[in-house]
Design a protein around this ligand. Sequence first.
Ligand code: ADP
Length: 886
Amino acid sequence: MTETPQNKSDNSSLKTPKVSFREIIRSYGLKRAAVFPIVALVFIAIILTYHFLLYNYTKTSILEEGRLNAGQISQEVELYMSSGTDTLKRCAYSMEKMLADGRGHDEAGDKGPGGTHDKVLQYLTEETDVIQHSILPESTGVYACVHEEYHDGSGWDPGPDYVPMERPWYTEAVDDPGKIVLVNPYLDLYSGDIVMTLSKCLEDGKSVVALDITLGRIQEIIESHTPKYESTINMVVAGNGVVVANTISSERGKDYNDENGTLGHAILSELSTADSGGNFDFAFQNGSYTACAVPLSNGWYCISVTDSEIVYRPINLMMLLSIAASILTLAVFLMIMFYSGRREAASKHMQSLLISSADIYMSLCDLDVIDNSVTEIKNVNPAIAKACASVNHNMKEVFLSIMQGLPDSPTKQAAIDFTDLRTIDDRMIDTDTATIEYLSYGNIWVRARLIVSERTKDGKVSHVLWMLENITKEREERESLIDMSERAVAASEAKSAFLSNMSHEIRTPINAVLGMNEMILRECDDDNIVTYSNNIKSAGNSLLSLINDILDFSKIESGKMEIIPVDYDFVSLLNDLVNMIKMRVEAKGLELILDIDPEIPRSLYGDEVRVKQIITNILTNAAKYTDQGSVTLKISYDKRLKVNDCLILMVSVKDTGIGIKKEDLPKLFGEFERVDEKRNRNIEGTGLGMSITKNLLSMMGSSLNVESEYGKGSEFSFKIVQTVRKWDPIGDYKAAMLLFSSEKNKYVPKFTASLAHILVVDDTYVNLVVFKGLLTRTEVQIDTADNGRRAIEMASEKKYDIIFLDHMMPDKDGIETLHDIRSKAGSPNRDTPAVCLTANALSGAKEFYMEAGFNDYLTKPIDSQQLEEMIYNFLPKELIETVDNP
Ligand code: ADP
């Protein structure tokens, strides 16, 4: 594929986006989004309309039902009542005839046997019988008051107290002559039924005939009408409020006018509000009622009452359920819309991301591996766009042929293999991404990426995102960075090598200078020469410490500095420190104050060399930067913290010197940084000591604490953990030191061994002279060789007690020479202890020489005490003749 260098930085991110609701709405478009509330409103409107219609229908149905009930019942009651009225009319007529026939009889004739009264009674008795057995079985009989005398067709004897003219059936009839009067019904205690009386005043205006009817039939009429609604009650109420009949039979006989607070009473009270159709609504307690009242001809009412609340309850419930169901449906619908919207929005979002990232990529396409087609998301390059457009279900073939046409380069085959989508399933079985960089058309470096975006159920790759990025510039920058870092590494290695070599090269001549100088000091009696010689010693030591500092610094820089703990004698460490500083301090006329805790254990375990170096650095500085007064070395340990045989040594060096300004304190630990340089320019130093000290302390898990007052003095202190081997205390160090130093001033060899034979090999002649010179007083017999071959020869001829070999020698070096000596068959020195002489003071030297077969090693410049100590340790004890301070 051909590309143009249009890439920008690769900062695109194709994470699955989080899509907000707003984005979904945006993705749907406002019109589509408005569908949600419209659908909701339509839903609710439909439900409310439906409910409204249902409500109205039910209300109409209740009214109709009420009207129907009341109407039908009233008709039947009227019919029933008319049979009573007809019967009474007939009786009245007969009675009137009977009375008219008997007119002219006197009172006595009326009452005598066969008189009017007898006839009336007989008639009433017969009529009662006829009525009860044919017309009105519910009737209890006909009775009358004729000429103020009571006659009862049913044979009932009211007793002497009964005054018929005072009874309502008589009085009301007399008050309304010619008409049939309906006396208000009453509960007949005798029959337990409600009884209604119909009476009529006869033509004489004094006689009244009456008919009693029990109203059980009306109750039957009511009960024969089963209402449509369970909550419907039908009733017939008399004009006086007495319940003649009621769907609830227990209500019969109640006088609703007296039943305050009951539904019946409420019905009667609301009756007046009825419309022309007799309908009325009213509320009672928590219910609302719809009633229909039809008046009867006798002044009664036939009423049908329905508790509409109960009827509406299922409708209301249905409405609530419908609303709930529609809300639920709507919610489900919304959720589906939301999720599908989210997916749509996410895919749009992703698409826009991809399109914007196509600015970074030269080409961004969706490859349909199964359909073998390509969908271009964005192509910056017209050539790629054209190639994509030419694909017609032959994407794999098109892509392959494009790649096969790439110019020859070492990356061509890999690029072809990468783009071969026929093998994609095998290649991308465990991974979803693959990347390659190759040299493309027009000498452009391209990074191609494949990102699997979809797989089939059986794990086959179905869709892949294909990205091409021009990385020509990036590669140039990367290569230049690699080049730079390689050069930096090389420079650093060169620096280390240089330091190592310099160490060797400088230490070797210093070895000669200091060694020869030592000879002069030991052998010369001329005071002037001894003074010069002492100056050489001092300058030589300074030079040596300078080199040591530079070496340590380079070790720290390259991470090669190590903390190597060993068993050590704390008194010996103190001796070395005090010996080193004492002369310096005294030479400047300062007082050295030692404040050493006598309880410090003598036998400790730690990196003696580095502990000594740290304290030496601080002490040396104290001496250097103090012109008058004192330098105090205080060492103690924290008595509260003696855990697991460890102690915390507390070291402090206090001086009365120039002090350090507060603002200079941070500079103290900078490499090659010297504080107050103008004032200190005459004081020698590199500015490395404090930095090394700080680094060493940090390697031991500690830090340096500095307190200083400019012009008054400073105090440097630190704490380090050391392991205790034995808790034997060092005792009064100051007293021991005094004794020790008075004895130490003069050189006395550690031992004499005149029968011991030592071979020393070094290619530098002066070193051999120094070596021999340093051991003169031990009387040891020393043979020298200035090269390896000579040494091998000598060692094959003579048995030596110790062999000292220089490491760096031309031709055969020390290690090769040792191997030859040890491996030569029949050599008398196969087991002779061998010590390596080396100027290599870098870390790891000891391990290196021990591994090479040496028994120990000595660094140059050779320290005469160390040399004597080593020989003393390696020599067979029978060869030692005299020993100083064993
Ligand atoms: P240098 O080789 O210059 O002594 P160091 O790293 O040992 O380097 O010390 C850094 C600087 O800290 C010194 O140059 C000196 O100015 C200051 N310094 C160190 N110790 C003391 C001290 N005891 N009193 C005053 N200044 C000190």
